[in-house]
Design a protein around this ligand. Sequence first.
Ligand SMILES: Cc1cc2nc3c(=O)[nH]c(=O)nc-3n(C[C@H](O)[C@H](O)[C@H](O)COP(=O)(O)O)c2cc1C
Ligand SMILES: C=C(O[C@@H]1CC(C(=O)O)=C[C@@H](OP(=O)(O)O)[C@H]1O)C(=O)O
Length: 379
Amino acid sequence: MLRYWTAGESHGQTLIALVDGFPAGVELDPSQIDVELRRRQGGYGRGGRQRIETDEVQIRTGIWHGTTLGSPLVLEVANRDYKLERLDDLPRPRPGHADLTGSMKYLGSIRGILERSSARETAVRVAAGGLAKQLLAPFGITALGYVTELGGERIDPIDGDYETLKAARDASEIYSLNPEKDADIKKLIDETRKAGDTLGGVMEVRVDGLPFGLGTHAQWDRKLDGRLAQAVMAVQAIKGVEIGMGFEAARLPGSKVHDPILYDESQKDSPNMGYVRPSNNAGGLEGGMTNGMPLVVRAAKKPISTLAKPLESINLDTKQPDAASYERSDVCAVPAASVIVENVVAFEIAAALVDKFGGDSLPEMQARYELFQKMARER
Ligand SMILES: Cc1cc2nc3c(=O)[nH]c(=O)nc-3n(C[C@H](O)[C@H](O)[C@H](O)COP(=O)(O)O)c2cc1C
Ligand SMILES: C=C(O[C@@H]1CC(C(=O)O)=C[C@@H](OP(=O)(O)O)[C@H]1O)C(=O)O
């Protein structure tokens, strides 16, 4: 079973991810993980913290001569802005953040809550995703995340193969597939910043090259749609997750929703094994299992809760009404969130791949993958 946990505070010494169950025999390129980390730090609308940090992964355990051993890996990203011991508490909880609820639950300070609830922690979730992508690559599986809506403005995705979409996404400062929309969206973010307000948005992740049968219909907690929903929903500030057509499917008759099944012998060596679907409203999942089509997952992110023009709150010491506390903050972190969602999805796919094809070593997984492809084609 491939899984991970994280530890670390936003302004503490360091952040770590402990990854367990990662197969042996994967030659790692840490610089590829750093590419993901730097993308997560970027995107238009971020606050001052990202000018302090230069995130870089250190792989502390689980490798020898650059190759994984099958033993647990510790991935570390150090905080340059380490100052936790010098920081004061926050007196007035910010509506929308974990401040009030966490300090009540743990009978403690707001500082003690915000330091761990902060999305700074996602740096090491992305590191774990960057590691997982290096297991997906030998199987030809790619994951790409991009922004499709920001502050209520839609940015329609374009069609194309992975390389085309990636080039478009990487040319955009807001990580959309349509860089021509950047100027309008950046203006919207600038105006919002001036108004002391914040913005949310929607992102989509597309995973290509998936074989049939990752996940299972057989038990609720192993259904891949359920696992993806948990991984994505557990990203800070994500408030909705859709797969394929998502909520829209509830509004249409079945004939307009389900993807017909056709057979084309010439495609039998591709991930769909010749079972061609003229549409992909299911978003690549049926019965909690991948169905040979690209996976499409969408997530909605709420606006940042720390407002420069703060909402009403209460001073927890005096119980008197007062404006919520303000700390340095992002105005819009939707582009960054698209990187995080892409990477947590990649990790879940890698975990499902390990479940299906056995996880002790990459060569063993590859042999079992080939055998399965052959058996499924002949079924
Ligand atoms: C990439 C990213 C950056 C974020 N930056 C901030 C921020 O600067 N200020 C803030 O108040 N919330 C920020 N958030 C959101 C909070 O972490 C989040 O709202 C909070 O932990 C409460 O959790 P919840 O929104 O999931 O309920 C960010 C979220 C993400 C994904
Ligand atoms: C540090 C990151 O994001 C932080 C997420 C965050 C929050 O409340 O979630 C609050 C801000 O923290 P700070 O007060 O240190 O500027 C963001 O900068 C990061 O993504 O690396």
